[in-house]
Ligand binder design. Structure first.
Ligand code: NAP
Length: 246
């Protein structure tokens, strides 16, 4: 098992890609904490996936609330251990820029960028200053590198997250904390279910591997970056997109 003995936090772990990351990490022997607004409807499935004594522990925490994030990391690190953080929680509020109200812009930046910053700040200070090891994985998106019409707010947040990843990687490398990003392409989840059948078919046709990705494809990449297999990898953006961007 690739993650035996590791303790992992996944934000937004109740459903979608986050839920698959929780499941995959449990199957690889990790003990997993996840935060979201509600306990996962898949909690029983998570419990069944956990290996010998590992568990999936739910925390009700909003990653945009500074005090809640401080409390979350304090609780999880009370026993002096936190090996991996996956900054997965994210939202879309799509629309053309000339019709975009300020709150539509700010809400996406607040969750996808500021929320990830708050979690990474608290976790990296524990990892770098106390534990002197760790891996932080930020969930970006290929649109943070390519742009996408109708997603100026979302792609700006993900481009910002990529810059944040590289800068934090440079700040923490000497203290043995690695920071990387995963950039999914189009993945079949509730987020992409909002797209029409026609748009989904168009995307699938434009992907060299000929299909939308699934959440397990992303979870597999996260396991690699969380595990010691990637111990010489930091500051990178791992695109998992079926070859959409080369
Ligand atoms: P999802 O199905 O909408 O799941 C996101 C989860 O994050 C939800 O459980 C959501 O809770 C939670 N969340 C949202 N805001 C939060 C907050 N402030 N605090 C705590 N939890 C919060 O999305 P997904 O498709 O799995 O996407 C996961 C990540 O991958 C996101 O960062 C997304 O940008 C990225 N991504 C996805 C795709 C794709 O094709 N799906 C592509 C590229 C990148 P509620 O549902 O209760 O709000």
């Amino acid at each position: 098992m690739l993650l035996e003995g590791k303790k992992i936090l996944v934000t937004g772990g109740s459903r979608g890609i986050g839920k698959e990351i929780v499941m995959k990490c449990l199957q690889e022997g990790a003990s997993v904490h996840y935060c979201d607004f509600e306990v996962s409807p898949f909690q029983a499935e998570m419990d069944a996936a956990a290996i010998d004594g590992a568990e999936a522990v739910f925390h009700n925490a909003n990653i945009t609330d500074e005090e809640q994030v401080k409390g979350l990391i304090k609780d999880i690190t009370a026993d002096g251990k936190l090996d991996v953080v996956v900054n997965n929680a994210g939202i879309t509020r799509d629309g053309m820029v000339f019709r975009m109200p300020l709150d539509q812009w700010e809400s996406v930046l607040k969750v996808n960028l500021t929320g990830a910053f708050l979690v990474a700040r608290e976790a990296s200070s524990f990892m770098a200053l106390r534990q002197k090891s760790g891996s932080i994985i930020n969930m970006a998106s290929i649109v943070g590198q390519t742009g996408n019409a109708g997603q100026t707010n979302y792609s700006a947040s993900k481009a910002g997250l990529i810059g944040f990843t590289k800068s934090l990687a440079k700040e923490t490398a000497k203290r043995n904390v690695r920071v990387n990003a995963v950039a999914p392409g189009f993945i079949a989840t509730a987020m992409t279910d909002k797209l029409s059948e026609e748009v989904r078919a168009e995307y699938a046709a434009s992907i060299p591997l000929g299909r939308l990705g699934d959440a397990q494809d992303i979870a597999n990449a996260v396991v690699y970056l969380a595990s010691d297999l990637s111990s010489y990898v930091t500051g990178q953006v791992l695109r998992v997109d079926g070859g959409m961007v080369m």
